[in-house]
Design a protein around this ligand. Structure first.
Ligand code: ADP
Ligand code: MG
Length: 334
Protein backbone atom coordinates (compact mmCIF):
# COMPACT_ATOMS: atom_id res chain seq x y z
CA UNK A 1 0.00 0.00 0.00
CA UNK A 2 1.67 3.17 -1.13
CA UNK A 3 0.91 6.29 0.81
CA UNK A 4 1.91 9.75 -0.12
CA UNK A 5 1.55 12.59 2.29
CA UNK A 6 2.22 16.23 2.12
CA UNK A 7 5.01 15.77 4.63
CA UNK A 8 7.25 14.55 1.83
CA UNK A 9 6.12 17.03 -0.69
CA UNK A 10 7.39 20.53 -0.98
CA UNK A 11 5.27 22.48 -3.36
CA UNK A 12 1.73 22.18 -4.53
CA UNK A 13 1.53 24.82 -7.17
CA UNK A 14 4.42 26.03 -9.27
CA UNK A 15 4.90 29.71 -9.73
CA UNK A 16 5.87 30.44 -13.25
CA UNK A 17 7.59 33.54 -14.52
CA UNK A 18 10.85 35.28 -14.02
CA UNK A 19 10.31 36.35 -10.45
CA UNK A 20 13.25 37.24 -8.30
CA UNK A 21 11.95 37.02 -4.77
CA UNK A 22 13.98 39.04 -2.33
CA UNK A 23 13.31 36.42 0.27
CA UNK A 24 10.94 33.73 1.35
CA UNK A 25 10.47 31.61 4.41
CA UNK A 26 9.22 28.03 4.60
CA UNK A 27 8.01 26.18 7.68
CA UNK A 28 5.90 23.14 8.47
CA UNK A 29 2.54 23.90 10.10
CA UNK A 30 -1.10 22.84 9.84
CA UNK A 31 0.04 19.47 8.53
CA UNK A 32 1.62 21.00 5.47
CA UNK A 33 4.44 23.07 4.04
CA UNK A 34 3.81 26.78 4.49
CA UNK A 35 5.72 29.18 2.32
CA UNK A 36 5.64 32.98 2.43
CA UNK A 37 7.41 35.16 -0.10
CA UNK A 38 7.64 38.89 0.52
CA UNK A 39 8.92 40.91 -2.42
CA UNK A 40 10.87 44.15 -2.06
CA UNK A 41 10.65 44.20 1.71
CA UNK A 42 11.24 40.82 3.31
CA UNK A 43 11.73 41.91 6.88
CA UNK A 44 12.51 39.21 9.42
CA UNK A 45 10.14 40.75 11.93
CA UNK A 46 7.23 40.39 9.49
CA UNK A 47 8.06 36.78 8.71
CA UNK A 48 8.22 36.14 12.45
CA UNK A 49 4.82 37.73 12.99
CA UNK A 50 3.24 35.75 10.14
CA UNK A 51 4.58 32.38 11.28
CA UNK A 52 3.72 33.07 14.91
CA UNK A 53 0.15 33.67 13.78
CA UNK A 54 0.07 30.50 11.64
CA UNK A 55 1.37 28.46 14.58
CA UNK A 56 -1.18 30.08 16.88
CA UNK A 57 -3.99 29.03 14.53
CA UNK A 58 -2.55 25.52 14.41
CA UNK A 59 -2.41 25.34 18.20
CA UNK A 60 -6.10 26.30 18.35
CA UNK A 61 -7.49 24.27 15.46
CA UNK A 62 -5.36 21.17 14.89
CA UNK A 63 -6.90 17.78 15.67
CA UNK A 64 -3.40 16.48 16.33
CA UNK A 65 -2.64 18.80 19.25
CA UNK A 66 -4.35 17.49 22.42
CA UNK A 67 -4.70 20.93 24.00
CA UNK A 68 -6.24 22.58 20.91
CA UNK A 69 -9.76 23.95 21.00
CA UNK A 70 -10.82 21.32 18.47
CA UNK A 71 -9.38 18.43 20.51
CA UNK A 72 -11.08 19.77 23.64
CA UNK A 73 -14.42 20.06 21.83
CA UNK A 74 -14.05 16.51 20.50
CA UNK A 75 -13.17 15.09 23.93
CA UNK A 76 -16.27 16.71 25.39
CA UNK A 77 -18.61 15.42 22.65
CA UNK A 78 -21.88 14.26 24.19
CA UNK A 79 -20.76 15.55 27.58
CA UNK A 80 -20.61 19.34 27.70
CA UNK A 81 -20.06 22.55 25.74
CA UNK A 82 -16.50 23.86 25.52
CA UNK A 83 -15.54 27.51 25.54
CA UNK A 84 -13.13 28.32 22.72
CA UNK A 85 -11.06 31.18 21.34
CA UNK A 86 -13.07 33.64 19.24
CA UNK A 87 -11.06 32.70 16.14
CA UNK A 88 -11.92 29.02 16.52
CA UNK A 89 -15.56 29.91 17.08
CA UNK A 90 -15.63 32.06 13.94
CA UNK A 91 -14.06 29.36 11.74
CA UNK A 92 -16.50 26.73 13.05
CA UNK A 93 -19.37 29.14 12.41
CA UNK A 94 -18.18 29.60 8.83
CA UNK A 95 -17.78 25.84 8.42
CA UNK A 96 -21.37 25.36 9.57
CA UNK A 97 -22.47 28.04 7.09
CA UNK A 98 -20.83 26.07 4.26
CA UNK A 99 -22.25 22.79 5.55
CA UNK A 100 -25.72 24.25 5.28
CA UNK A 101 -25.05 25.93 1.93
CA UNK A 102 -23.82 22.64 0.45
CA UNK A 103 -26.59 20.50 1.89
CA UNK A 104 -24.04 18.62 3.98
CA UNK A 105 -21.57 17.82 1.15
CA UNK A 106 -19.16 19.84 3.23
CA UNK A 107 -19.35 18.74 6.83
CA UNK A 108 -16.84 19.73 9.56
CA UNK A 109 -17.95 16.71 11.61
CA UNK A 110 -16.18 14.30 9.21
CA UNK A 111 -13.63 13.56 11.96
CA UNK A 112 -14.76 9.95 12.63
CA UNK A 113 -14.54 9.13 8.90
CA UNK A 114 -11.08 10.65 8.58
CA UNK A 115 -9.93 8.54 11.56
CA UNK A 116 -11.60 5.37 10.28
CA UNK A 117 -9.86 5.55 6.91
CA UNK A 118 -6.61 6.57 8.63
CA UNK A 119 -6.03 8.88 5.71
CA UNK A 120 -3.95 11.36 7.68
CA UNK A 121 -1.84 8.64 9.25
CA UNK A 122 0.88 6.46 7.81
CA UNK A 123 -1.27 3.36 7.59
CA UNK A 124 -4.54 4.12 5.84
CA UNK A 125 -6.91 1.26 5.08
CA UNK A 126 -10.24 0.53 3.42
CA UNK A 127 -12.78 0.04 6.23
CA UNK A 128 -15.58 -2.52 6.04
CA UNK A 129 -19.11 -1.42 5.14
CA UNK A 130 -20.15 -2.20 8.74
CA UNK A 131 -17.51 0.12 10.10
CA UNK A 132 -18.59 2.88 7.74
CA UNK A 133 -22.25 2.37 8.62
CA UNK A 134 -21.35 2.63 12.29
CA UNK A 135 -19.76 6.08 11.98
CA UNK A 136 -22.08 7.67 9.39
CA UNK A 137 -24.72 8.73 11.98
CA UNK A 138 -21.98 10.71 13.75
CA UNK A 139 -21.33 12.83 10.66
CA UNK A 140 -23.94 15.54 11.00
CA UNK A 141 -23.20 19.25 11.20
CA UNK A 142 -26.68 19.87 12.62
CA UNK A 143 -25.44 18.34 15.87
CA UNK A 144 -22.95 21.16 16.36
CA UNK A 145 -24.45 23.60 18.85
CA UNK A 146 -22.92 27.06 18.83
CA UNK A 147 -23.42 29.63 21.57
CA UNK A 148 -22.04 32.99 20.49
CA UNK A 149 -22.74 34.56 23.89
CA UNK A 150 -20.25 32.29 25.63
CA UNK A 151 -18.18 31.43 22.53
CA UNK A 152 -18.78 27.77 23.23
CA UNK A 153 -19.23 24.73 21.04
CA UNK A 154 -21.03 21.50 21.83
CA UNK A 155 -21.15 18.29 19.83
CA UNK A 156 -24.33 16.61 20.95
CA UNK A 157 -23.34 12.96 20.30
CA UNK A 158 -20.57 10.95 21.92
CA UNK A 159 -18.04 9.90 19.28
CA UNK A 160 -18.59 12.98 17.12
CA UNK A 161 -15.44 14.84 16.10
CA UNK A 162 -14.74 18.10 14.31
CA UNK A 163 -12.07 18.26 11.62
CA UNK A 164 -11.27 21.68 10.16
CA UNK A 165 -8.76 20.23 7.67
CA UNK A 166 -10.59 21.71 4.73
CA UNK A 167 -10.96 25.25 6.01
CA UNK A 168 -8.31 26.13 8.63
CA UNK A 169 -5.48 26.50 6.11
CA UNK A 170 -7.57 28.97 4.16
CA UNK A 171 -8.23 30.96 7.31
CA UNK A 172 -4.54 30.95 8.19
CA UNK A 173 -3.71 32.14 4.67
CA UNK A 174 -6.15 35.05 5.05
CA UNK A 175 -4.58 35.95 8.38
CA UNK A 176 -1.07 35.84 6.88
CA UNK A 177 -2.23 38.10 4.03
CA UNK A 178 -3.77 40.54 6.52
CA UNK A 179 -0.43 40.91 8.32
CA UNK A 180 1.36 41.45 5.01
CA UNK A 181 -1.12 44.10 3.83
CA UNK A 182 -1.06 45.87 7.20
CA UNK A 183 2.73 46.09 6.97
CA UNK A 184 2.31 47.91 3.66
CA UNK A 185 4.01 45.20 1.60
CA UNK A 186 2.66 45.49 -1.92
CA UNK A 187 3.73 42.22 -3.52
CA UNK A 188 3.75 38.84 -1.82
CA UNK A 189 2.83 35.18 -2.20
CA UNK A 190 1.22 33.14 0.56
CA UNK A 191 1.19 29.39 -0.06
CA UNK A 192 -0.07 27.23 2.77
CA UNK A 193 0.02 23.75 1.27
CA UNK A 194 -1.76 24.86 -1.87
CA UNK A 195 -3.96 27.55 -0.38
CA UNK A 196 -2.50 30.38 -2.42
CA UNK A 197 -2.98 34.12 -2.04
CA UNK A 198 -1.28 36.35 -4.59
CA UNK A 199 -0.93 39.88 -3.23
CA UNK A 200 -0.49 42.78 -5.67
CA UNK A 201 0.93 42.11 -9.11
CA UNK A 202 4.24 41.26 -10.72
CA UNK A 203 7.01 43.83 -10.80
CA UNK A 204 6.47 44.33 -14.54
CA UNK A 205 2.81 45.14 -13.75
CA UNK A 206 1.59 41.93 -15.34
CA UNK A 207 -0.68 39.50 -13.49
CA UNK A 208 0.82 36.68 -11.45
CA UNK A 209 1.06 33.37 -13.27
CA UNK A 210 0.06 30.38 -11.16
CA UNK A 211 0.54 26.85 -12.47
CA UNK A 212 -2.29 24.41 -11.78
CA UNK A 213 -1.02 21.00 -10.70
CA UNK A 214 -1.51 18.05 -13.00
CA UNK A 215 -3.59 15.82 -10.68
CA UNK A 216 -2.19 12.57 -12.10
CA UNK A 217 1.46 13.50 -12.48
CA UNK A 218 4.33 14.09 -10.13
CA UNK A 219 4.33 17.14 -7.97
CA UNK A 220 5.21 20.28 -9.91
CA UNK A 221 3.90 19.03 -13.26
CA UNK A 222 1.30 21.55 -14.37
CA UNK A 223 -1.59 21.31 -16.80
CA UNK A 224 -1.85 25.02 -17.41
CA UNK A 225 -1.31 28.54 -16.20
CA UNK A 226 -3.75 30.84 -14.49
CA UNK A 227 -3.21 34.60 -14.60
CA UNK A 228 -4.46 36.51 -11.57
CA UNK A 229 -3.99 39.70 -9.60
CA UNK A 230 -4.91 40.06 -5.93
CA UNK A 231 -6.78 36.76 -5.67
CA UNK A 232 -6.72 33.48 -3.80
CA UNK A 233 -6.51 30.12 -5.59
CA UNK A 234 -7.36 26.86 -3.83
CA UNK A 235 -7.54 23.37 -5.33
CA UNK A 236 -9.02 20.18 -3.93
CA UNK A 237 -7.94 17.09 -5.77
CA UNK A 238 -7.37 13.36 -5.70
CA UNK A 239 -3.63 13.82 -5.30
CA UNK A 240 -3.15 15.68 -2.04
CA UNK A 241 -3.35 12.64 0.24
CA UNK A 242 -4.18 9.20 -1.07
CA UNK A 243 -3.33 5.52 -1.07
CA UNK A 244 -3.76 2.73 -3.60
CA UNK A 245 -5.27 -0.63 -2.70
CA UNK A 246 -6.07 -3.43 -5.19
CA UNK A 247 -5.75 -1.03 -8.09
CA UNK A 248 -8.14 1.52 -6.66
CA UNK A 249 -7.07 4.98 -5.56
CA UNK A 250 -8.61 6.26 -2.34
CA UNK A 251 -8.18 9.96 -1.56
CA UNK A 252 -8.90 12.17 1.44
CA UNK A 253 -12.09 14.05 0.56
CA UNK A 254 -15.12 12.12 1.74
CA UNK A 255 -18.71 12.19 0.61
CA UNK A 256 -20.61 12.39 3.91
CA UNK A 257 -23.65 10.79 2.27
CA UNK A 258 -21.91 7.40 1.89
CA UNK A 259 -18.63 7.59 3.81
CA UNK A 260 -16.41 6.90 0.77
CA UNK A 261 -13.95 9.19 -1.00
CA UNK A 262 -16.02 11.43 -3.29
CA UNK A 263 -16.30 9.97 -6.78
CA UNK A 264 -17.85 11.89 -9.62
CA UNK A 265 -15.43 11.92 -12.52
CA UNK A 266 -13.32 14.79 -11.20
CA UNK A 267 -9.58 14.90 -10.77
CA UNK A 268 -9.61 18.34 -9.17
CA UNK A 269 -11.68 21.43 -8.52
CA UNK A 270 -10.04 24.86 -8.27
CA UNK A 271 -11.67 27.98 -6.86
CA UNK A 272 -10.44 31.52 -7.57
CA UNK A 273 -11.92 34.20 -5.35
CA UNK A 274 -11.14 36.84 -2.71
CA UNK A 275 -11.26 35.06 0.66
CA UNK A 276 -9.07 32.00 1.06
CA UNK A 277 -11.11 30.46 3.90
CA UNK A 278 -14.15 30.48 1.62
CA UNK A 279 -12.13 29.19 -1.34
CA UNK A 280 -10.84 26.34 0.82
CA UNK A 281 -14.33 25.23 1.82
CA UNK A 282 -15.70 25.80 -1.69
CA UNK A 283 -13.06 23.73 -3.45
CA UNK A 284 -13.85 20.85 -1.10
CA UNK A 285 -17.58 21.31 -1.68
CA UNK A 286 -17.23 21.37 -5.46
CA UNK A 287 -15.05 18.30 -5.35
CA UNK A 288 -17.69 16.44 -3.34
CA UNK A 289 -20.73 17.73 -5.23
CA UNK A 290 -19.24 17.41 -8.71
CA UNK A 291 -19.66 19.56 -11.78
CA UNK A 292 -23.37 19.03 -12.34
CA UNK A 293 -24.38 20.37 -8.96
CA UNK A 294 -21.99 23.33 -8.91
CA UNK A 295 -24.66 25.92 -9.66
CA UNK A 296 -26.27 25.32 -6.29
CA UNK A 297 -23.43 27.36 -4.89
CA UNK A 298 -22.89 30.04 -7.42
CA UNK A 299 -26.22 31.64 -6.83
CA UNK A 300 -24.76 32.63 -3.48
CA UNK A 301 -21.26 33.56 -4.50
CA UNK A 302 -20.17 36.65 -6.36
CA UNK A 303 -16.58 36.98 -7.67
CA UNK A 304 -15.98 33.25 -7.69
CA UNK A 305 -14.42 31.47 -10.66
CA UNK A 306 -13.69 27.76 -11.07
CA UNK A 307 -11.56 25.30 -12.98
CA UNK A 308 -12.76 21.69 -13.05
CA UNK A 309 -10.43 18.94 -14.28
CA UNK A 310 -12.11 15.68 -15.26
CA UNK A 311 -10.88 12.10 -15.46
CA UNK A 312 -11.03 12.18 -19.26
CA UNK A 313 -8.49 15.08 -19.14
CA UNK A 314 -11.08 17.64 -20.14
CA UNK A 315 -11.16 20.99 -18.34
CA UNK A 316 -14.08 23.31 -17.80
CA UNK A 317 -13.58 26.89 -16.60
CA UNK A 318 -15.93 29.73 -15.83
CA UNK A 319 -15.89 32.78 -18.12
CA UNK A 320 -13.91 35.04 -15.83
CA UNK A 321 -10.88 32.75 -15.64
CA UNK A 322 -7.72 33.58 -17.60
CA UNK A 323 -6.39 30.04 -17.95
CA UNK A 324 -4.11 28.63 -20.64
CA UNK A 325 -3.55 24.90 -21.05
CA UNK A 326 0.15 24.04 -21.33
CA UNK A 327 -0.02 20.23 -21.24
CA UNK A 328 -1.38 19.02 -24.58
CA UNK A 329 -2.87 15.86 -23.07
CA UNK A 330 -5.47 18.11 -21.41
CA UNK A 331 -8.06 20.14 -23.30
CA UNK A 332 -10.65 22.84 -22.61
CA UNK A 333 -14.25 21.77 -23.15
CA UNK A 334 -16.34 24.75 -22.14
P1 ADP B 1 -6.42 19.78 1.35
O1 ADP B 1 -6.44 19.68 2.83
O2 ADP B 1 -5.69 18.71 0.71
O3 ADP B 1 -6.04 21.12 0.87
P2 ADP B 1 -9.26 20.04 1.30
O4 ADP B 1 -9.23 21.47 1.59
O5 ADP B 1 -10.23 19.61 0.26
O6 ADP B 1 -7.87 19.51 0.82
O7 ADP B 1 -9.55 19.31 2.66
C1 ADP B 1 -9.54 17.94 2.82
C2 ADP B 1 -9.54 17.62 4.30
O8 ADP B 1 -10.79 18.05 4.84
C3 ADP B 1 -9.45 16.14 4.60
O9 ADP B 1 -8.13 15.76 4.85
C4 ADP B 1 -10.31 16.00 5.84
O10 ADP B 1 -9.57 16.37 6.99
C5 ADP B 1 -11.38 17.03 5.63
N1 ADP B 1 -12.56 16.55 4.87
C6 ADP B 1 -12.68 15.45 4.09
N2 ADP B 1 -13.90 15.37 3.55
C7 ADP B 1 -14.58 16.47 3.98
C8 ADP B 1 -15.92 16.93 3.78
N3 ADP B 1 -16.81 16.29 3.00
N4 ADP B 1 -16.28 18.09 4.40
C9 ADP B 1 -15.40 18.76 5.18
N5 ADP B 1 -14.14 18.36 5.41
C10 ADP B 1 -13.73 17.23 4.82
MG1 MG C 1 -10.64 22.79 1.07
Amino acid sequence: MAFKSKIFILVFILFIGCMQPESSRVDFALGTVCSITLFDQGLDSIYNEIFARIHEIESLMSVNIPSSDISRINKAAGIEPVQVHKDTFMVIERAVYFAELSGGAFDPTVGPLVSLWGINRDEPRVPSQDEIDAVLPLINWRNIKLDSQTSSVYLTQKGMALDLGSIAKGYAADEAAAIIRKAGIERAIVDLGGNIIMIGERKDKNPWRVGIQNPIEKRGAVIGVLQITEKTVVTSGIYERYFDKDGIRYHHIFDPSNGYPAKNGLLSATVVTDISMDADALSTILFVLGYEKRMVLFNYLPNTETIFVFQDNSIRTTDGVNFTVTDSTFFIKN
